[in-house]
Design a protein around this ligand. Structure first.
Ligand SMILES: *Cc1c(COP(=O)(O)O)cnc(C)c1O
Length: 437
């Protein structure tokens, strides 16, 4: 990030001192949302500087009430809770769909809440990975998140195919260099007739790089491949237009930037043309069946899929685990993804500018410096001084995330992080470096 861009984003008064940070917080229209969270606290009892919302978002206050309410309804209603008049569990998951659709740029018939992320990847691969003749390879990125890689490897083996032969990886062999969209296009161009499916992270978990998703959809489509995205690090972080981008399918979790709690039920997107196609093969269960006949049990023995993304559901919703999702999504409805993204770009640019201005070329930032090519997260490599940085950050009450061997990930989240926190964080990193010969 050049200081020119930083000035464009943050104002020409941009300077190193804490007053500038405080003035940014003062004029932040979203500053009130911080009070809506119960943030983890440090040893001194003060809220931590929580920069790991990309791993596990903090607790929205209203989520606690939502869970308690469902416990009370369970106690009071028992099995009648499924059909009780006001808020039956029967269609609990469907009540989230308008907010969720808005968040990912999809119609309510194109999204569903179900299972965990990796389970959903497997279910979607079951529907969308159809190897045929020479066309049987799956294109993924390097480094792919381990679970995604394992899902693809085991899925290929389950088809009787050899993952070493059928996985095509794009990206750098080491960790950390950004993935070049032109490289993906080239791979699709050269190997197009062999590629059945493309599965990429919309925002890479390690580097924080955001891919140009519509560009990749176009390239995959012209190569004749199906294209899906893992949006674990993208949902609630960057604006998405899955329907308009013509993505075939996507999957994500809700416990990272969406703040719906550890292991929260995950999300899927299937483009309308697939979601409404009841002939599309799938691994089904009763919750994906037409609602009218779902409970007829032995009277209607044949599976009749619902003509929407929820037709990929298998089991009844885990009510207690799902309860926080409503309040978590409401915060996005209220704040608006446009405003959140605007603050996010500024927060991350400010942190980066402080780090680079203070540390110059002693710090290697892996995340692209163009705000259009990244989300909230900054990843940096610090060979030889990761330990010292970890200690200094801890002292300053900063919760960051270290990935072996030497990568620090910091993810300022616009719903609850402040500009002043960026200033304190950069100060702690600088102090660590100054102690390092
Ligand atoms: C967080 C994350 C996962 C985790 O998968 P679960 O099934 O929720 O445990 C998978 N893939 C990516 C890219 C992730 O970022």
């Amino acid at each position: 990030m050049t200081s020119l861009t930083a000035k464009e984003l943050l104002g020409s008064a941009l300077e190193q001192g804490p007053d500038f940070a405080l003035s940014l917080d003062h004029s932040d229209p979203l500053s009130g949302f911080r009070e809506r969270f119960d943030l983890p606290r440090g040893a001194d009892g003060a809220p931590a500087i929580y920069l790991v919302g990309n791993s596990l978002g903090p607790l929205p206050l209203a989520a606690r009430d939502a869970v308690t309410e469902e416990l009370e309804r369970w106690a009071a209603l028992g099995v009648d809770g499924w059909f009780e008049e006001n808020r039956p569990w029967y269609d609990l998951d469907e009540r989230f769909l308008p907010s969720l659709g808005a968040l990912v740029g999809a119609g309510t018939n194109e999204v569903a809440v179900m299972n965990g992320l990796t389970v959903n990847l497997q279910l979607l691969l079951a529907s969308f990975y159809r190897p045929s003749g020479r066309r049987r390879r799956i294109l993924i990125e390097r480094p792919a998140f381990p679970s995604d890689r394992f899902a693809v490897q085991t899925h290929l083996r389950w088809h009787g195919l050899d993952p070493d032969a059928e996985i095509l990886e794009v990206g750098s062999p080491g960790t950390g260099a950004p993935i070049d969209e032109a490289g993906i296009e080239e791979a699709l161009d050269v190997h197009g007739e062999e590629i059945a499916l493309v599965l990429l992270g919309g925002v890479n978990f390690l580097t924080g790089q955001k891919l140009d998703m519509p560009r990749i959809v176009q390239a995959a489509r012209s190569a004749g491949a199906v294209v899906g995205f893992d949006l674990a690090h993208a949902v609630g972080n960057v604006p998405l237009c899955l329907h308009d981008w013509d993505v075939d399918f996507a999957a994500w979790c809700h416990y990272k930037y969406v703040n719906a709690g550890p292991g929260a039920p995950a999300g899927v997107f299937l483009h309308e043309r697939h979601a409404t196609d009841t002939t599309l093969g799938r691994l089904g269960g009763w919750w994906g069946n037409d609602k009218a006949t779902r409970f007829r049990m032995q009277l209607d023995p044949d599976f009749v899929p619902r003509p929407d993304a929820a037709g990929w559901q298998l089991s009844c919703p885990p009510v207690l685990a799902m309860a926080p999702l409503g309040p978590a999504l409401s915060l996005f409805d209220e704040a608006g993804m446009g405003r959140l993204r605007e603050k996010s770009v500024r927060l991350t640019a400010y942190l980066e500018w402080l780090l680079v201005a203070g540390l110059g070329d002693r710090i290697e930032i892996l995340t692209p410096d163009d705000p259009g090519r990244r989300g909230a997260q900054l990843s940096m490599r610090m060979p030889g001084w990761a330990d010292r940085v970890q200690a200094r950050l801890q002292e300053a009450g900063v919760v960051g995330d270290f990935r072996e061997p030497d990568i620090l990930r910091l993810a300022p989240a616009p719903l609850f992080n402040t500009f002043h926190e960026m200033w304190l964080t950069a100060g702690a990193v600088r102090a660590a470096l100054e102690e390092t010969p």
